[in-house]
Design a protein around this ligand. Structure first.
Ligand SMILES: [Zn+2]
Length: 82
């Protein structure tokens, strides 16, 4: 069943969080750009990403604070050049 929100559906919070982190890595988002957190949808019961008015996902915040996100983004950028 597709969701009326038109958003991508994830089976679990874990999968949605992983996908969110991946997007930040591969798309090279700045901290405030792109999806910020995940939520369980009342319409379809699956999980979606959200960008607006969301508190930042703690896992994402930690990766940004520690510099891990920047390292992963740079590694990803480097890999794509070859
Ligand atoms: Zn939904």
């Amino acid at each position: 069943m597709r969701c009326s929100s038109g958003k991508i559906q994830y089976d679990s919070q874990q999968l949605a969080e992983d996908a969110l982190i991946d997007q930040h890595i591969y798309k090279g988002f700045a901290a405030h750009e792109g999806p910020q957190n995940v939520y369980e949808c009342r319409d379809c019961g699956y999980w979606h990403m959200t960008s607006k008015n969301a508190e930042r996902l703690p896992r994402l915040q930690e990766m940004q604070d520690s510099g891990e996100m920047r390292k992963k983004q740079q590694a990803s950028h480097w890999e794509r050049r070859f």
